[in-house]
Design a binder for this molecule. Structure first.
Ligand code: HEC
Length: 185
């Protein structure tokens, strides 16, 4: 027998052991994708605009019953104020879900996986196309400010897929966000 045979056998076993360690169960893989998505969504502050604020005992706090559900359909707002000419040109509702500026008035989208009012029916590919093109479902109208679409589009496909996986892991909330209102003139 070759004198190196035991050595080869041992290194073979070690390699097999290492491979076994890396063989991740599909459920673990899905869970870690959701975890990564949560990490990215939390770091980017998506909830700052996509979860409405409500007034709590200590001031404004996130309305977790509306977690990632966007601008509350039940909250009807008067038209946005017309600001005097000058450097101040954006106003926001106290919920931080309705915004007015030179682009008109925009309302933050429902990012929960509700089929009718959220992104429940979106495929991962459609989510990526939306972010990459800056257009609703990749071909609809342009997504308006203050949605930070450019920094989000800077993520690679795997990270954007993780964001999609995290959003799809949230409880669906039925909330039909109003369409944007074009600028006055
Ligand atoms: C500064 C506020 C703000 C932040 C922060 C923000 N968004 Fe938005 N987002 C908006 C607004 C406003 C809209 C609606 C724009 C429109 O109607 O054109 C929107 C729309 C979207 C849309 C498009 C939905 C559709 O139906 O086309 C997606 C997807 C989205 N946001 C995902 C995210 C993610 C993911 C993050 C975090 C990485 C995030 N947003 C952070 C304000 C924000």
């Amino acid at each position: 027998m070759n004198k190196f045979a035991p050595l080869l056998l041992i290194s073979g076993l070690a390699a097999a052991g290492a491979l076994a360690c890396f063989a991740v169960h599909p459920d673990d893989q899905a869970a870690s994708r959701v975890e990564r998505g949560k990490y990215i969504v939390t770091s980017f502050g998506c909830a700052d605009c996509h979860t409405p604020l409500k007034l709590g005992p200590n001031g404004p706090e996130r309305d977790l019953a509306m977690n990632f559900a966007g601008h509350p359909a039940s909250l009807e707002l008067p038209p946005a104020p017309t600001l005097p000419p000058g450097p101040w040109n954006v106003s926001a509702a106290g919920t931080m879900t309705a915004w007015s500026g030179p682009w008109g008035t925009s309302f933050t989208a429902n990012l929960t996986p509700d089929d009718e009012t959220g992104i429940g029916k979106w495929s991962e590919a459609q989510f990526l196309e939306t972010v990459r093109s800056g257009r609703h479902l990749g071909r609809g109208r342009a997504i308006l400010p203050p949605m930070p679409i450019e920094p989000l589009a800077n993520l690679n496909d795997s990270d954007l897929g993780a964001v999609y996986a995290y959003l799809h892991s949230l409880p669906p909330i039925s909330n039909r966000v109003p369409q944007p209102i074009p600028p006055a003139e």
